[in-house]
Design a binder for this molecule. Sequence first.
Ligand code: FES
Length: 153
Amino acid sequence: MRIAFFPINKAAEVQAGANLLQVLLANEFKVRSVCRGRGICATCSVKVRGNPGCLSPATPQELKTLSLIVGADASTRLACQSRVLGDGLTIELPQGLYVETLQELLDLIGEEAVSDYLHPVTGAVMIPKAKLITRSQLQLFKSLTDEVSKIAD
Ligand code: FES
């Protein structure tokens, strides 16, 4: 079965029933999986741009998590919860970078954000692209590491 990735011009052949997160990782996409594939974070979320019926239906847990992710819509799926069932799927990869620890941002203080930096649980933009990263901004995210460790355990 063929699966295409947007916006890059790449495609892959996958086996029926393949887990979408494993497909992304096998194709060297740097997708994070903060909750380790349990369907309770935003980091593996993707948008389905074509043939959504080619994925397994969303589970109640996935629907619950999607309802909490900022910007999620009917095309959003959690890759770790999705299996490829049909041919011709097109997947859009996230447009920002998910942050896993506050330290990642602390290391960038004084620099401009190269991309939107996204919250790993809610998907909200923590630091918008091109914004200068300052220590005072990061005070808003003091609990990030605790939030992540709660869902990673
Ligand atoms: S890895 Fe957390 S929801 Fe998929």
